[in-house]
Design a protein around this ligand. Structure first.
Ligand SMILES: C[S@@+](CC[C@H](N)C(=O)[O-])C[C@H]1O[C@@H](n2cnc3c(N)ncnc32)[C@H](O)[C@@H]1O
Length: 160
């Protein structure tokens, strides 16, 4: 679920439907706001046009199965290839320019594998642990607090 990155509050008002939200997360919308360009030098393997791992992890895992063949004719820094390899897809590519950064990426495959693990740990859940922490701190609802509120309400009603 999208939350405010400063206070952890809801971006969208789910009204009375909060307790009906899927604990495995919301459906993806057509426009993805949660993926930013690769800027940090630690993650950047070339000067320009590098696709974020998170984008390719999402697309490849949604659109293919293990063992399928992924074809990206515009290799660039090889994000498609490294993600395909890690997700156990076979892959084919071409690149008209230098391919040193692609080769380097494969030499550092374990670094990318760890990043993919981190990305996967944060998907198919409504709130990550970090999100829960900031929401708890600022008094925003969480699925477990909704449950408690519901139980307390029915207790009050039976006591009356
Ligand atoms: C936007 S980048 C691709 C990003 C890449 N898919 C990634 O995973 O980071 C486009 C790349 O296509 C390459 N390219 C452009 N025309 C090409 C061609 N005719 N054949 C092969 N590669 C080409 C460019 O050199 C450039 O590196």
């Amino acid at each position: 679920m999208e939350i405010c990155r400063h206070c952890g509050g809801d971006i969208k008002d789910y009204g009375g439907y909060k307790n009906k939200l899927n604990s495995r997360g919301l459906n993806l919308t057509d426009v993805w706001h949660d993926i930013s360009p690769v800027r940090h030098s630690k993650y950047k393997t070339r000067e320009s046009n590098e696709l974020p791992l998170k984008l390719m992890e999402r697309i490849i895992s949604m659109a293919s199965e293990e063992g399928d063949v992924v074809f990206d004719p515009f290799g660039g820094s090889g994000t498609t290839y490294i993600v395909s390899e890690i997700l156990k897809r076979r892959w084919i590519g071409s690149e008209i320019g230098p391919i040193d950064s692609i080769i380097k990426r494969f030499e550092d495959i374990d670094f990318h594998r760890d990043q993919i693990k981190e990305i996967q740990a944060k998907k198919n859940i409504l709130f990550t642990d970090e999100m829960k922490k900031i929401r708890r701190k600022n008094g925003h609802w969480l699925p477990e607090t909704l449950e408690t509120a519901k139980k307390n309400k029915s207790k009050k009603l039976t006591n009356k």
